[in-house]
Ligand binder design. Structure first.
Ligand code: OXD
Length: 309
């Protein structure tokens, strides 16, 4: 069996070595712009080039090296008509839970304010925020959203969840669809975006919707930058309606040097690290799915092109 491994950032050698370790029977090949690809059984990709996708019509499936599929689906009709399979959890769920827990506790225990105070040598204990006033609302309740919800419940925060279709999660107030968005946002103090980027979610968090959050709200974005209308967020931060934001993802990455977010002290920035792909876990998962496909079994995490994720 031959598998193509490709990454737009060119860092593919560690993946080749991992595949050779986990699937020694497989020939792992790579590709460079302009090359003709030998026939392959499967492709495993991240941020592919069009010239490569055009040569993948014969593969049995395309696997993604991550959870988000927007960078692939943007090719639309040019995408080969073969099953597309995202990475399931593969160690990402726990990292998401760590990241969001850190950000929520930082705001809840007012560490952001203590950091500012300490810079000015101020010793000034602040009143504790009542937990019942700190409802955490998670948008996107898929494989990565669920561990976040559980972590928030563990700390005793009121937890709300919003998803495209109704979901029933014990201990979580759930809302669904566009009709559920308004009440979901109005009762939320800390909004956590874990939504995939689709035509329905692009710019969903604009001035209108973010303005529905409770005054002094916080925003945490760990999914895709284009879900947020960035200038609108800036306006709401400056007006104080949003007290702080922790952003891991941006419309343009790396976040360009002149971007106003860099100079806004109430915005904390990390470089798209909230859930790094754990190579070994990812390759094991892909190997298991290939084994299932080869024996005619169904696999999880199939991308639904019509839904965009
Ligand atoms: C992913 C990502 O989608 O790394 O997995 O953003």
């Amino acid at each position: 069996m031959r598998i193509l491994l490709y990454r737009g950032d060119g860092v593919v050698e560690p993946w080749v070595r991992e595949f050779e370790g986990v699937m020694p029977q497989v020939e792992a090949v790579t590709w460079k712009e302009g090359q003709v690809l030998p026939p392959c059984d499967y492709a495993v990709l991240w941020n592919p080039a069009l010239g490569l996708l055009e040569q993948l019509a014969q593969v049995k499936a395309i696997f993604l090296m991550g959870a988000g599929v927007d960078a692939l689906l943007k090719f639309g009709e040019a995408l080969p008509d073969v099953p597309l399979i995202r990475l399931g959890d593969a160690g990402m769920g726990v990292q998401m839970a760590e990241y969001v827990t850190h950000a929520v506790l930082r705001y809840f225990r007012r560490f952001d304010e203590y950091e500012q105070q300490a810079r000015h040598g101020a010793w000034n204990p602040l009143p504790q925020i009542p937990k019942e006033e700190f409802a955490v609302g998670v948008m996107g309740l898929g494989k990565l959203g669920q561990p976040v919800v559980e972590a928030m419940r563990h700390f005793g925060f009121p937890v709300r969840g919003w998803s495209r279709t109704p979901k029933d999660i014990p201990g979580v107030e759930t809302y669904a669809g566009m009709e559920g968005l308004d009440p979901f946002l109005r009762g939320t103090r800390v909004l956590v975006s874990m939504l995939p980027l689709t035509p329905d979610t692009a710019n969903l968090l604009d001035r209108h919707n973010l303005g529905k959050l409770q005054p002094g709200a916080y925003l945490i974005n760990v999914s895709r930058g284009a879900i947020i209308a960035e200038p609108d967020l800036m306006t709401l931060i400056r007006s104080g309606h949003i007290a702080g934001a922790t952003l891991d993802v941006f419309r343009h990455e790396p976040l360009p040097a002149p971007h106003p977010f860099w100079n806004e002290p109430r915005i904390s920035i990390t470089p798209h690290i909230s859930a790094l792909t754990m190579r070994h876990d990812a390759v094991r998962q892909i190997a298991d799915k290939i084994a299932a496909l080869e024996s005619g079994q169904p696999v999880d995490d199939l991308v639904d092109r019509s839904l965009g994720y």
